[in-house]
Design a protein around this ligand. Structure first.
Ligand code: GTP
Ligand code: MG
Length: 524
């Protein structure tokens, strides 16, 4: 239930998938359909075409991939949409998983030509574990690809989620004419626009006119639609919400086909803001006093104002700018003078926010990823687990005269969770160890340290690949032991790092009394 004072309902969801399936393009297309942008940008900002709203970072535009998640808030009819576009690359999966702690549903893209890919499977599993209902979009139907029924089989077999298509493509992959609306039996016919930069006109026609318009392709779609109905592949709202079925839509994000249907389905079927369980298992009702938790910290969005934004998801109550709230972790009061609504890198002051909304709190230096803020009755939401790093590098300032900038930059990278930062007395503050799930995270650090902090870094890869959590006693016991180094993460966790799992086994065997606990692996 949404808050009674909230006259406009919220939909808060993440767009997730394997790399390159078209998340950022689809995000752009949704913003276009909601008329918050008048022309869609392109992922590879070609000459004369601007980039997409969600890939605002220089490195994202240069490489045509998403590196950091981006939030967009916009109105759609009488609803407010909070959309988070996530990076698909496994190296950035920590970021994607942080986002999944802050949404009520997920839109999962599948590339029509590739079918289910490894990262898709992992993400589906995470959604299942967290009880996040998933809407599936078969994207890139404008290009040659797999057979639609075959794709449905794959979803069912590989992930055990029963697909219940709401639309069915008219025309095989590569010859996308429109979709059959399975709930009404109509044809929604699409017309291409130049480069897909503007909304594709669509026309809804009844079955008789559909046959005249699309001929054989229409008849084939009708036949398959009947097969699906016989196979019990029709949408069920309760099975969708409990995660045993997934509504499926067909789209071309690039051509803007199928995008208004997706928005419509999100409004109609995706769950409104759900209560967030607290650390102690209690559930704070959506209509209770205000509370929110931080799922992302980001700086460097605006070169002119070097500020740092903490993204908080409102879990309960009404947020009013300027209200003084409590910081759950320290119990200290926290003034929310600078709260903003976020649209990619653009921001506007926000006066009030409701459950489901994502707000940006500017220069909230005290706030870390996973932190809770609240008013009234105290509440603490669970911390967001960080993954076991598998890549390690020591970092140094190239120019020692820029050590101050180096230090500031590393601290910022740490707070954002771009990498984990590990230290030891032995290595000193001049040369912290950066720990990552994937090596691309190091490239991001190097590029941002230089462009945002003017502190070029020299990274030296270390021969470690395994980390285990240990404690104070472990720090002492492992000192000087061969094949292990103990480092401290900034959240106070001690990590023992090893070249490989064999060495970890040997050390664990020889020091049976020492705590060496595995960390959550990436990919859940
Ligand atoms: N033909 C076709 N190309 C598409 C479509 N959607 C996206 N693309 C192209 O696919 C490529 C990847 O698109 P993105 O939107 O960056 O994919 P993504 O899922 O956001 O990628 P990451 O964020 O890096 O994981 C780009 O070149 C897009 O132009 C589509 O519907 N049809
Ligand atoms: Mg992207």
């Amino acid at each position: 239930m949404t808050n009674p004072t909230d006259t406009r309902a919220r939909r808060t969801f993440a767009v997730i998938s394997h790399p390159d399936a078209g998340k950022s393009t689809l995000t752009e297309a949704m913003a276009l359909h909601a008329r918050v942008i008048s022309e869609a940008g392109a992922v590879h900002g070609k000459a004369g075409r601007r980039g997409t709203v969600s890939d605002w970072m220089e490195m994202e535009r240069a490489r045509g991939i998403s590196i950091t998640s981006a939030a967009l808030q916009f109105d759609y009819g009488d609803h407010v949409v909070n959309l988070v576009d996530t990076p698909g690359h496994a190296d950035f999966s920590e970021d994607t998983y942080r986002v999944l702690s802050a949404v009520d549903s997920a839109v999962m893209l599948v590339d029509a030509a590739k079918g289910l890919e490894p990262q898709t499977l992992k993400l589906f599993q995470v959604c299942a574990q967290r009880g996040i209902p998933v809407i599936t979009v078969i994207n890139k139907w404008d290009r040659p690809g797999l057979d639609a029924l075959q794709l449905m089989d794959e979803i069912q077999k590989e992930i055990g989620l029963r697909p219940t298509p709401l639309t069915w493509p008219v025309g095989i992959a590569g010859e996308f004419r429109g979709v059959l609306d399975r709930r009404t039996g109509d044809l929604i016919h699409y017309t291409r626009t130049a480069g897909g930069a503007t909304r594709a006109p669509e026309e809804r026609v009844g079955a008789a006119a559909a046959e005249a318009l699309a001929g054989e392709a229409w008849l084939a779609a009708v036949e398959e639609h009947d097969l699906l109905s016989m196979d019990d592949a029709d949408h069920g709202q309760s099975t969708f919400l409990t995660g045993t079925t997934t509504p499926v839509l067909f789209a071309s994000a690039l051509l803007n086909f199928g995008v208004s249907q997706l928005l419509q389905i999100l409004i109609e079927l995706a769950p409104p803001p759900q209560p967030t369980p607290a650390v102690d298992g209690a559930v704070r009702a959506v209509g209770d006093d205000f509370s929110a938790f931080v799922f992302k910290v980001q700086s460097g969005m605006d070169a002119a104002h070097r500020d740092r934004l903490a993204y908080a998801r409102v879990c309960s109550g009404v947020f009013e700018r300027g209200m003084v709230v409590q910081h759950g972790e320290t119990g200290k009061p926290f003034a929310t003078k600078y709260a903003q609504a976020v649209f990619g890198r653009e921001r506007t002051a926000v006066e009030t926010a409701f459950p489901g909304d994502i707000i940006g709190l500017v220069n909230a230096a005290a706030l870390r990823v996973g932190d809770t803020i609240y008013a009234g009755e105290p509440v603490l939401y669970p911390p967001i687990a960080s993954f076991a790093p598998e890549h390690f590098a020591s970092a140094r300032a190239v120019d020692t005269g820029r050590y101050k900038q180096f230090r500031r930059g590393i601290e910022q990278m740490d707070q954002e969770g771009v990498v984990q930062v590990l230290r030891s007395d032995l290595r000193g503050d001049q040369s912290p160890v950066l720990a990552a799930v994937g090596p691309m995270q190091f490239e991001v650090v190097a590029a941002r340290m230089e462009s945002e902090f003017g502190a070029a870094v020299r990274l030296e890869r270390l021969d470690y690949s395994v980390a285990r959590r240990t404690d104070d006693a472990g720090v002492e016991a492992l000192e000087g032991v061969r094949g292990v180094e103990v480092l401290a993460r900034s959240d106070g966790t001690h990590l023992a790092v090893f070249p490989d799992k064999w060495r970890a086994h040997v050390v664990a065997r020889d020091h049976a009394d020492v705590l060496l606990e595995p960390l959550p692996a990436s990919g859940g």
